[in-house]
Design a protein around this ligand. Structure first.
Ligand code: ATP
Ligand code: MG
Length: 196
C-alpha cells in the first residue's frame, strides 16, 4: 500500500487490515512515497518523519511492515518502480497493490500504466466522497472491495492541527504524540517541510 502518509491515519489502517483479512494476505507492506510526483508544489513533510510515523502506527500489527524502497530511491516516486523493487525483494510473492477509490480514479494517468497491471493485482477500496469504479481499467486487473467508511484524510488532519483542533481518534495515539513532538503541521515554520 503506497501513500504519502503525511500523517498516517485510521483510514489507511482500516483499509490495510480489511484487505489483509478479506484476501488472506501474509503481510501488508506500507510504502511511504519519496517525492510524490502528483503533489508537486505542495509542502510535504520530510520523508523520515513520514516513514517513522508509519512505523509507529503499524508496529503492533505482526502482519504490517514498512518499506523504505520509495524514500531511499532518488527522484519522484512512480508506483511501477515501487512494484519492481518489491518484486526483486520478494521474487516468489504474489503482489497486490491496495489503493483508495480516489487514487484508483486517477490510475490511468499514472506513469507506465501498462506495466503496472503486470506487476501486481490492484485492489480498490471504498472511500467516503469518491465513487469506486474499475470499468476504465483492464478487465481482471482490479478487485473492488467495500470497507468500513472512514471519512478521514491526511489533508484534513493537517488542517486540524494547524487550526488547533484535536486529531485524537483520527490517527493512532502515537501519531498525535509524534506530531506534537516534531511540531508538524503547525504552519509557523514551513522549513520543516520540503517544497517539491
Ligand atoms: P492527502 O489528503 O494528503 O492526499 P490521504 O488521506 O489521501 O492524504 P494518502 O497518503 O494520499 O492519504 O493515501 C494513501 C492511500 O490510502 C491512497 O490509495 C488513498 O486512496 C488511500 N486512503 C487514504 N485515506 C483513505 C480512507 N479514509 N479510506 C480509504 N482509503 C484511503
Ligand atoms: Mg491522498
Amino acid at each position: 500500500m503506497g501513500g504519502t502518509f503525511d500523517p498516517i491515519h485510521h483510514g489507511h489502517l482500516v483499509a490495510a487490515s480489511e484487505v489483509q483479512a478479506q484476501f488472506g494476505l501474509e503481510q501488508v507492506i506500507f510504502v511511504p512515497t519519496g517525492q510524490p510526483w502528483q503533489k508537486t508544489h505542495e509542502v510535504v513533510s520530510p520523508a523520515e518523519d513520514r516513514y517513522l510515523m508509519t512505523v509507529v502506527a503499524t508496529a503492533s500489527n505482526p502482519r504490517f511492515q514498512v518499506s523504505r524502497v520509495d524514500i531511499d530511491r532518488a527522484g519522484p516516486t512512480y508506483t511501477a518502480d515501487t512494484l519492481a523493487d518489491l518484486r526483486a525483494l520478494y521474487p516468489e510473492a504474489e503482489l497486490y497493490f491496495i489503493t483508495g477509490a480516489d487514487a484508483l480514479e486517477q490510475i490511468l494517468s499514472w506513469h507506465r500504466v501498462d506495466e503496472l497491471f503486470e506487476l501486481a493485482h490492484f485492489i480498490g477500496v471504498t472511500r467516503p466522497g469518491y465513487q469506486l469504479a474499475g470499468e476504465h481499467l483492464p478487465k481482471g486487473a482490479v478487485s473492488l472491495v467495500e470497507i468500513p467508511a472512514m471519512a478521514i484524510s491526511s489533508t484534513g488532519c493537517r488542517q486540524r492541527v494547524r487550526a488547533g483542533l484535536p486529531v485524537w481518534y483520527l490517527v493512532p495515539d502515537g501519531i498525535v504524540q509524534y506530531i506534537a513532538k516534531r511540531g508538524l503541521y503547525r504552519g509557523e515554520d514551513d522549513s520543516a517541510g520540503v517544497e517539491w
